[in-house]
Design a protein around this ligand. Structure first.
Ligand SMILES: Nc1nc2c(ncn2[C@@H]2O[C@H](COP(=O)(O)OP(=O)(O)OP(=O)(O)O)[C@@H](O)[C@H]2O)c(=O)[nH]1
Ligand SMILES: [Zn+2]
Length: 207
């Protein structure tokens, strides 16, 4: 949950937006925007399909946190890459929707620390305890930047593709969250324990 201070910190900040540019994909054509956050140096992305995002009809929304290992390398330690592909397929099929791709790798701890966490997991810790053992929060992500990103697109109400109720709570102050679309990636041997831990210890809803 964001504090009022962190919400206003982002709202007051001059984000830089570039776009839209065409992004043709195997699922269909998206419009892509880049969003630069000066105070962190992070560059987020927005993928958009369809029009009239500012109408009263809720927009399908996926808020996806960066996972280089899953999204780019197709690692099966998690379900992130599969979720990203499914989100692109669902939105392209629906003909209207938004993906906010947030550069908060490793639930916000960064790639270096995530790899350290993976090594700890190889000696028996689960995904939550590995973060804690390294002195991090279990989930260090924050979603305040979603507010100006959605406002830039004119999005007023959303149906969110997620199994993480925390994301709905995080978005609720800024946009009308009218529903949730249950959303998960493929479960395989290599990610089964990870998915089980998310449900048992991190508040995730079952698929
Ligand atoms: N620290 C850490 N981060 C991980 C690990 N596995 C995946 N991640 C990161 O977790 C984030 C994705 O979070 P998830 O818990 O899979 O899913 P979610 O976004 O909370 O929920 P959904 O919307 O239902 O997908 C990405 O930033 C990944 O890089 C891990 O073992 N350790
Ligand atoms: Zn992942």
């Amino acid at each position: 949950m964001m504090t009022a201070m962190s919400i206003s910190a982002v709202a007051d900040e001059a984000l830089a937006f570039a776009g839209p540019a065409r992004l043709p994909t195997r699922w269909g054509e998206f419009r892509m925007y880049a969003v630069s956050e000066p105070h962190t140096g992070k560059e987020h992305a927005m993928l958009v399909v369809g029009d009239d995002l500012d109408s009263d009809e809720p927009v399908l929304l996926r808020v996806h946190s960066e996972c280089l290992t899953g999204d780019a390398f197709h690692s099966r330690r998690c379900d992130c890459g599969d979720q990203l592909e499914r989100a692109m397929a669902v939105l392209a099929e629906a003909g209207r929707g938004v993906i906010l791709y947030l550069r908060q790798e490793g639930r916000g701890i960064g790639l270096l620390e995530k790899v350290k966490a993976y090594i700890l997991q190889e000696s028996g810790l689960d995904t939550l305890d590995a973060n804690l053992a390294l002195g991090h929060q279990g989930d260090a992500r924050e979603y305040a930047v979603c507010q100006p990103m959605l406002a830039y697109l004119g999005v007023k109400s959303v149906r969110v593709l997620t199994n993480n109720p925390g994301k709905l709570d995080a978005l609720a102050p800024w946009v009308s969250v009218v529903g949730r679309v249950p959303f998960w990636g493929e479960e395989v041997t290599d990610n089964a324990a990870y998915l089980a831990t998310k449900q048992a210890r991190m508040g995730h809803l079952p698929g």
